[in-house]
Write a protein that binds this ligand. Structure first.
Ligand SMILES: Nc1ncnc2c1ncn2[C@@H]1O[C@H](COP(=O)(O)OP(=O)(O)OP(=O)(O)O)[C@@H](O)[C@H]1O
Length: 335
């Protein structure tokens, strides 16, 4: 584990970006990212994610508010500060006439790395991203997976402390995606990462924090556990085995229990929604008892919806319906 200092890696205050005086891409976003975080930046298309990343990188100037990276204000002139960041845009593009070696060597020279540092680091990185066999081939022949690996190598060349990767698994096949996720997990032990992604199972696997943008506004920031904790709990799905008559009888008994709010049976799959404020283990014990009395075998039980994807969809849907309400009841908004 890398030494974690208390300095915030990123701090945005009231960050706002309006394009061409009319498109509000980012609206008053105040967000902090601590060292060691692996932050999943989430949001529907057009929510402002790329705009946010570009502002953190100092590639755009904010319309209002500001960004500090490692405690220092980030501006388009902060070239030295940007060197501490390894950035991969969505669908990275490279000069087609180059090979991975000539390209990485070129980037390393731009960073001002000496020959003695450059050569071994380049060799290590090419090996780490598994491009050794392709190191002398033209980038123009590269698949999406090879291009993604080259982008990873380029983003790590200057040994940055912060990695900002926009959709790193986009377009990758199953194997390439797996190795990308494993690499992210490895890097997470020594660096801070911001990962923009539409793939919530990837986020679930590698991130420990999440920030959700919707229509330019930050509607959630916190740990992934907190994000999941926002969704409805006490919803279970049970697969049963037994004769239909016994199952129907058990369903009748379950419906009579006060703290079971909803009982739905589809074939042999039972959907149970329990009261939020009840000790679930106690109530589930009663459920198991009823199944037992009716000689019904419990094949499996799952907690429904305790997933990042469900939590994210709940949040974004809620925000959209709020927008809808604002649109159609101006008095409510003004109140
Ligand atoms: N250079 C620009 N000029 C004008 N409008 C822009 C510009 N870049 C982005 N926008 C607009 O700003 C809003 C936010 O765009 P942004 O690309 O930041 O969203 P995003 O969350 O990254 O979307 P996606 O998931 O589709 O990549 C969108 O409405 C987009 O059309």
């Amino acid at each position: 584990m890398a030494e974690v200092d208390s300095e915030l890696v990123v701090e945005t205050t009231h960050l706002t970006k309006i394009y061409q005086n009319r498109q509000i891409a980012l609206n008053d976003v105040s967000l902090t990212i601590e060292p060691g975080s692996v932050l999943g930046l989430l949001g529907p298309n057009g929510a402002g994610k790329t705009t946010f990343l570009r502002l953190v990188l100092g590639l755009h100037r904010p319309t209002a508010g500001g960004v500090r990276v490692f405690g220092t204000p980030m501006t388009p002139n902060s070239a030295m500060l940007r060197r501490r960041i390894g950035y991969i845009p969505t669908n990275p593009q490279f000069p087609k006439g180059m090979t991975p070696i000539t390209y990485l060597d070129y980037v390393a020279r731009l960073y001002g790395l000496s020959r003695d540092t450059r050569k071994p680091r380049l060799a290590n990185l090419i090996r780490a991203v598994d491009l050794l066999g392709e190191s002398g081939n033209s980038i123009s022949q590269f698949s999406i997976g090879m291009t993604a690996r080259l982008a990873v190598a380029a983003s790590l060349l200057n040994e940055p402390d912060l990695l900002i990767w926009d959709e790193p698994t986009h377009g990758l096949d199953i194997e390439a995606r797996r190795s990308m996720l494993e690499l992210i997990k490895k890097l997470a032990s020594e660096k801070t990462l911001i990962l923009c992604s539409h793939n919530l199972s990837d986020v679930d696997e590698v991130c420990n924090h999440a920030a959700v943008l919707a229509q330019g506004k930050l509607i959630f920031q916190g740990t992934l556990t907190e994000l999941k904790g926002r969704i409805r709990k006490n919803h279970y799905e049970l697969d049963l085995e037994g004769d239909q008559k016994s199952i129907s009888k058990a369903v009748g008994q379950l419906k009579a229990i006060k703290d079971i709010q909803q009982v739905t049976l589809r074939q042999r799959r039972l959907d149970l929604k329990l009261s939020e404020d009840i000790l679930n283990s106690q109530l589930l014990a009663s459920v198991f008892n009823i199944l037992n009395e009716n000689k019904i075998v419990l094949v499996s039980i799952r907690s429904v919806g305790q997933q990042t994807e469900q939590a994210y969809l709940d949040l974004v849907e809620k925000e959209e319906s709020r927008g809808f309400t604002r649109l159609y009841s101006p008095q409510a908004e003004a109140a």
